[in-house]
Design a protein around this ligand. Structure first.
Ligand code: LLP
Length: 460
């Protein structure tokens, strides 16, 4: 994150605040976020896409994907930097309301929205509800018309472009829970795809105002090609629907998924480069179709918040094992080498991504410098599972010892958001650093928090 440096003594500091001061004040594990960096990245995304699309549709609406990390402070920064907010549950809507974000700047996602969530979105006058299925379209139409209103909606389509992390494939199956399929006859109604059936239904349904189409092709994507191809497919479909049903859809959302570097092998492209590549395809496709470009919007989460944050852990137990490069049998001629296990005071409860996705992270000794030889290490958590790995392979100085602090960068997205209380660990707090001051934006849990919802023997 920006503002992260080493002091003259070799200790990691952010905006001049050392990690030992952070530990002293807030404890560990701790998520440490640079507010400055968050704002710069949020504004940077908005500016890059605005510039690339200026001549096409006057700019882009950027909806920060709250699922990656959300709290009231972050929702406010997002609004202050000129972005909007993408939510996907009643809980996220509640955070947005508490932050004072006007409904017109919000979207609501989800493949299984409850009636309560739909009503709440209508109460808050949410700018767009992204509809995931025909079933849901009918439910929203019924609820909104019952209230004498029209819900502003987008239809989430599956364009057959599926990104698998750094790659994408253009002929993927439609066998997944999200979205309306654009492929052939999926419903039994002669020749109509689910996507077209939804457009037809949305056009005629009372209580529905169809703003446009939406897609989200995946997450942690580095190359612009997948986004561009999806845009092309959606624009072609939009042109066909506008002609056939005599409508105009004023907006088009191309989702999120822009990747970040977790380790040096990751090489994402700058936002401006991706924006330019997407804009070129939108520009050319609209010209080819003879169609006025819709207002484009996007929903980045990870690319804004991911790299703004590191997790601070304290080292506890250490042990070294000898790893056999072969079949583990003695005398098989294979070399053995040492691997040191460095246990920290958190783990899969504050970052389940290594367990869930085999995600790679890095780690550095943060509380001091060291001139010792680097040693192959595995940073592990304190949970009762052997898969509880924080960083699979990292070289740390040979003298790392109990009481040292480690920093794991790149933990801003989908770490705190996915955290749990496994093994009755308290979830860490989140500290925001700006202009040389650190303040808590999410309080860490206490043992009392953990016991609060347990009804106790008296009630059993
Ligand atoms: N829009 C929609 C409709 C989404 O489903 C998502 C993420 C985003 C936007 C934001 O995607 P981003 O720009 O952050 O990649 N837990 C996984 C990632 C799940 C992404 C879910 N949807 C992980 O930790 O890698």
């Amino acid at each position: 994150a920006a503002g992260v440096d080493r002091t003259a003594e070799g200790e990691v500091a952010i905006d001049g605040i050392t990690v030992s001061e952070l530990k002293e004040q807030f404890g560990t594990p701790l998520f440490v976020m640079s507010e400055t960096d968050f704002r710069v990245r949020a504004r940077g995304f908005k500016d890059a896409f605005d510039a690339a699309f200026a001549d096409i549709c006057g700019g882009v609406d950027v909806y920060y994907a709250g699922k990656s990390f959300l709290c009231t402070a972050v929702a406010q920064w997002v609004a202050e930097e000129g972005l909007r907010l993408d939510t996907c549950s009643g809980g996220e809507l509640a955070v947005a309301a508490r932050a004072g974000i006007p409904g017109s700047k919000l979207s609501l996602h989800g493949n299984n929205k409850s009636d309560t969530e739909i009503n709440r979105a209508l109460d808050m006058k949410v700018g767009r509800i992204v509809v995931d299925s025909l079933d849901e379209l009918q439910r929203i139409a019924r609820i909104a018309s019952g209230r004498g209103e029209a819900a502003k909606i987008m239809l989430r389509l599956t364009p057959g472009v599926h990104a698998h992390t750094h790659e994408f494939i253009a002929t993927a199956h439609e066998d997944q829970k999200f979205g309306l399929s654009m492929a052939g006859d999926t419903t039994g109604e002669a020749g109509l795809s689910a996507a077209e059936e939804a457009v037809a239904a949305a056009v005629s349904a009372p209580g529905i105002e169809l703003l446009g189409l939406h897609c989200h092709i995946g997450s942690q994507i580095f190359e612009p090609d997948g986004f561009a191809l999806a845009a092309q497919k959606l624009l072609a479909f939009q042109a066909a629907m506008q002609g056939k049903y005599g409508i105009v859809m004023p907006e088009l959302d191309l989702g999120g998924g822009y990747g970040i570097a977790y380790t040096p092998v990751d090489t994402p492209r700058p936002a401006a480069e991706i924006a330019e590549a997407m804009a070129a395809v939108v520009r050319a496709t609209c010209a080819e179709l003879g169609m006025e470009a819709p207002r484009i919007s996007i929903e980045p989460g990870r690319a804004i918040v991911g790299s703004t944050t590191f997790t601070l852990y304290e080292v506890g137990t250490l042990k070294t094992v000898r790893v056999d490069s072969g079949n583990g049998q003695d005398g098989d001629g294979n070399v053995t080498y040492p691997r040191r296990y460095v246990s920290v005071d958190g783990g899969m409860s504050d970052n389940p991504r290594p367990v869930l996705y085999d995600a790679d992270y890095s780690a550095v000794l943060a509380s001091r410098g060291s001139v010792e030889e680097p040693q192959l290490s595995r940073v592990v958590g304190k949970h009762c599972e052997s898969g509880d790995i924080v960083v699979r392979d990292v070289y740390l100085p040979a003298d790392v010892a109990a009481g040292d602090l480690l920093a794991v960068p790149g933990t801003g997205a989908y770490c705190w958001a996915l955290s749990s209380n496994y093994n009755y660990l308290a979830r860490p707090g989140v500290v925001a650093v700006r202009d040389g001051a650190a303040r808590l934006i999410v309080r860490g849990e206490t043992e009392e928090d953990l016991l609060n919802r347990d009804m106790g023997v008296a009630n059993v």
